[in-house]
Design a protein around this ligand. Structure first.
Ligand code: MBD
Ligand code: FE
Length: 310
């Protein structure tokens, strides 16, 4: 039975009490945010006439989400992480900031602490016979197209099973397999020698996939490679490129694909052994990074979030 109590004084007072909105102590921002989100939830319960059974199913879902360690994965899957990018893009548009490599979501699978080398790193430490050799290379550039020296380029991606080291459910990968970091020299160039990734799929029994199933959505990403580019004088760039030709290129469950982030994949027929690859033939992707200068000495869009470390 549909009831209408939300707008009444009793419920409105109750929401203020629960959030301690009128108390002097506590964190003002937390109180403000809780009051708003709880109000929106109570209103939705009334408008949609959510049943107690539905509420408890939702509460239990949150428990499973936490047990599975998938809250950040769900954030990607329900577009929350992409929405944050849309907001940052709009901030830039309003500020008249243009150019540079498009940002796209970080995702939940970064691990801090990868070893740093100068200019080039071979990051395919573990054997993976199903993945072919891949050279990723390019230049970090400023707003005038000039090379940026001393940039830290961090890279991470999946193996031929779509699994990331540190998060691999098979436990098969060593620390920092397919993860690396290089600093650019005077020419701004960077290089990662690695193996071709395959797209990620959400854990089939996990909370994220459970919700996606109810929506008749898949939980897969096209093959992709993540990057952070960090310097002293430019904003930190968080981006990825996708592997062209992947059938899910424009059907990413995390909505990270963007124009400008699908570089061509070249087939190179010789010279692979000089790069330490087993065969002479390999694939190459050239991807340059365009950075945006700091605003008044500050990165106004730097994102802090809890990250894994090894
Ligand atoms: C990934 O590899 C990823 O990049 C995102 C955003 C979500 C899940 C897995
Ligand atoms: Fe990823």
């Amino acid at each position: 039975m549909s009831v209408s109590i939300f707008a009444g004084k009793e419920v409105q007072d109750f929401l203020r009490t629960v959030s301690n909105l009128d108390g002097a102590d506590g964190d003002a921002r937390t109180k403000q945010v809780l009051h708003r989100i709880l109000s929106d939830l109570f209103k939705a319960i009334e408008d949609l006439d959510l049943t107690p059974d539905e509420i408890w199913a939702g509460i239990n879902y949150l428990n499973k989400l936490g047990q599975d360690g998938e809250a950040a994965l769900l954030a990607a899957g329900i577009g929350l992480e992409h929405y944050l990018d849309m907001r940052l893009d709009e901030e830039d548009r309003i500020a008249g900031i243009t150019g540079g490599t498009p940002r796209t979501i970080e995702g939940p699978l970064y691990v801090a602490g990868a070893p740093v080398s100068q200019g080039s790193a071979k990051i395919d430490h573990d054997a993976d016979p199903d993945a072919g050799p891949l050279r990723i290379h390019g230049v970090v550039k400023d707003e005038d197209g000039q090379p940026v020296a001393g940039a830290l380029v961090e890279c991470w991606h999946a193996n031929s099973k779509g699994f990331y080291s540190h998060f691999d459910p098979t436990g098969a990968q060593t620390d920092f397999n397919l993860r690396g970091a290089v600093t650019t020299g005077a020419d701004g160039s960077y290089e990662f020698l690695t193996k071709m990734p395959v797209g990620y799929g959400c854990p089939p029994q996990g909370a994220t996939q459970q919700l996606l199933n109810r929506l008749a959505r898949h939980g897969n990403r096209p093959a992709h490679v993540h990057f952070f580019v960090t310097t002293d004088s430019y904003r930190k760039l968080t981006t990825q490129f996708n592997i062209d030709g992947d059938p899910l290129l424009w059907d990413d469950f995390a909505y990270a694909t963007r124009d400008g982030l699908v570089p061509p994949v070249k087939d190179i027929s010789g010279g692979g052994k000089a790069f330490g690859f087993e065969a002479d033939a390999y694939k190459a992707i050239e991807f340059n990074f365009g950075l945006i200068p700091l605003e008044a000495g500050k990165d106004n869009q730097l994102v802090y979030r809890l990250r894994a470390a090894a």
